[in-house]
Ligand binder design. Sequence first.
Ligand code: AMP
Length: 151
Amino acid sequence: MQTVGSILEAKNAPVLTIGPDATVVEAARLMNERHVGSLVVTEGPRVLGIFTERDVLNRVVAAQLEPARTRVREVMTSPVVVCEPAAKRSDCRALMTERRVRHLPVVDRGRLIGMISIGDLIKDEGREQAETIQHLYTYMHGEWPQPVGTA
Ligand code: AMP
């Protein structure tokens, strides 16, 4: 049973945060630079909200707001749905489907420790399925086929 904690360990990436008074331009630049689709909005240790690329599209571009004059606090989502590191992967996936979100900040005893995206879950599910296929194939055929051209 895969937990969020084990997926976070394998991912080994810091959770990216931004302050509520940053502008949408600053948030978009940070997301671009770090190749992520969401930022947790924090003030000190407090999680205030979440801002994702979907918000850039729906609440800024489609609403014709000026990105350089719009503060993140005006267009973020609050409150934030979070999960704990002990949560099962399947429960997180169900929560994302139910709440129609692709990002879940991970909070351990009130402290923000990471971020899990739908992409992280799909990647981990694919890894596990590949392992299962290899085990079953080896069980049936005695060995896993070597790639052509290797010794
Ligand atoms: P996403 O699909 O994650 O890009 O987000 C879709 C919408 O849900 C956006 O308005 C986000 O701000 C919001 N959202 C994303 N993740 C969360 C979350 N964990 N808790 C609350 N809202 C979220």
